[in-house]
Design a protein around this ligand. Structure first.
Ligand code: UD1
Length: 418
């Protein structure tokens, strides 16, 4: 067990580079199951969720080559299994993205159901209803979903909600279906556009990715790819907020204004000075931190994956702000821990009312999920004295070398054995 120890109160300054996107990288890895040929994916972040996915792909019989993560090569020439087991799926819900590619390629898939998770129940009904529309026979038993189809056939699918994972699963499956698929009410996240771009280089016929209607004309088989993953917009947003919460001045290389519109608008409202430059975004803070209300929603709305970090910032705002979480029903677990650091936050259902305080005070706190853990790190950067964040394995699922990056910007942050 490790923990992160932060001496707060240092203004961040300098330049930092965003890593490749975890959430784009995961579906790209599973897309390699759609082809017998070699897929090279560049720029994947060195985080636990990527390692878990590679273990899963190896378990299915794919060959995985790892050039120190500068590029990862996956070759799923022959698959020896079509089962994604519980011990991997339980640690990472995105393993469920194996379902669509496996049934499309091999006609059969057996994938453990992800089960509950700390931030909400996160069902899989939208994935399954979509695959059934594509002609898969679905059975659930003993904690597993089994899908079977001689060949999937194209269909018009309307998602009940623009689920990111369901859109990705169905997009991948439909590339090898017989005929045309249209996904209506599709998720529009940049990670979906990135996945579609890679699939197109593999020979898939896709239009409309990044809009709410995606059309896929199925093909018989796909070839390999050589694809560089997009920069991680959530890490980029986290670093922008890190600069803002410490009153610092930072150049975030790789941050894309076109992927971060909702956050940038709110930071601007809060009085943080931002400028899009050719290779990223610069951020300058230090004046009065005003407050801004946010409501999470599917892209291009305010991302739920930045809600906790923005709440840490608002905890030090000059007034009151309302933070409404509409995507996950239980994503306020960081509130209690922020309160231990002196934040004044009241939760009523899906709304958290944050009354800004003049200062946060360092305390031992516990991470409960990936984004909650980084929100506590941000709060610690701004707090007086020492903050110790335990259970940092949550952080390691999605942030690459975070302490190193923050230290290079002047933060006093170290990782120690708990
Ligand atoms: C992805 C991201 C995650 C982000 C989330 C929302 C990855 C690996 N993870 O997760 O970081 O927080 O998008 O932006 O990309 N839902 C259903 N039925 C389903 C599927 C989803 O009811 O079949 C619900 C979920 O419970 C949740 C909401 O839809 O309330 C959004 O989930 P979804 O967009 O599917 O998130 P993920 O793909 O799991």
């Amino acid at each position: 067990m490790q923990k992160i120890v932060i001496q707060g109160g240092r203004r961040l300054g300098g330049t930092v580079t965003v890593s490749g996107s975890k959430n784009a990288g995961l579906p790209l890895l599973f897309a390699s199951l759609l082809t017998r040929e070699r897929c090279t994916i560049r720029g994947l972040p060195r985080v636990a969720d990527i390692t878990t996915s590679l273990r899963l792909l190896e378990g299915l019989g794919a060959l995985v080559g790892d050039d120190q993560f500068a590029s990862i090569v996956v070759e799923a020439r022959a698959l020896s299994s079509s089962e994604a087991p519980y011990d991997l799926v339980k640690t990472m819900r995105a393993s469920f993205l194996a379902l669509g590619p496996l049934v499309a390629r091999t006609g059969r898939a057996r994938v453990s159901t992800p089960g509950g998770c700390a931030i909400g129940s996160r069902p899989i009904d939208i994935h399954l209803a979509g695959l059934e529309r594509l002609g898969a026979r679905i059975r659930q038993s003993h904690g597993y979903v089994e899908a079977e189809a001689t060949r999937l056939r194209g269909a018009r699918i309307t998602l009940d909600f623009p689920s990111v994972g369901a859109t990705e699963n169905l997009l991948m499956a439909a590339t090898l279906a017989d005929g045309t698929t249209v996904i209506e009410n599709a998720a529009r996240e940049p990670e979906i556009e990135d996945l579609a771009a890679a699939l197109v280089t593999m020979g898939a016929r896709i239009s409309g990715a990044g809009t709410n209607e995606i059309r896929i004309d199925g093909v018989r088989e796909l070839g390999g790819c050589d694809h560089s993953v997009i920069a991680d917009r959530i890490e980029a947003g986290t670093l922008l907020i890190a600069a803002a919460i410490t009153g610092g001045e930072v150049h975030v290389i790789g941050a894309r204004a076109d992927h971060l519109g909702a956050l940038l608008a709110k930071l601007d409202e809060a009085g943080v000075v931002l400028a899009a430059v050719s290779d990223g975004i610069t951020v300058r803070a230090g004046g009065v931190l005003r407050t801004a209300d946010i409501r999470t929603s599917p892209y291009p709305g305010f991302p739920t994956d930045l809600q906790a970090q923005f709440m840490a910032l608002m905890a030090l705002g000059d007034g009151q702000s309302a933070i409404i979480e509409t995507i996950f029903e239980n994503r306020f677990m960081h509130v209690q821990e922020l309160a231990r650091m002196g934040a004044d936050i009241r939760v009523d259902g899906r709304t958290a009312t944050v009354r800004g305080v003049a200062a946060l005070s360092g305390a031992p706190v516990m991470a409960t999920d990936l984004r909650a853990s980084v929100c506590l790190v941000l709060a610690g950067l701004a707090a007086q004295n020492t903050t110790e964040v335990s259970r940092v394995y949550h952080l390691d699922r999605g942030y690459e070398r975070l302490e190193e990056k923050l230290s290079a910007l002047g933060a006093d942050i170290v990782r120690v054995r708990a």
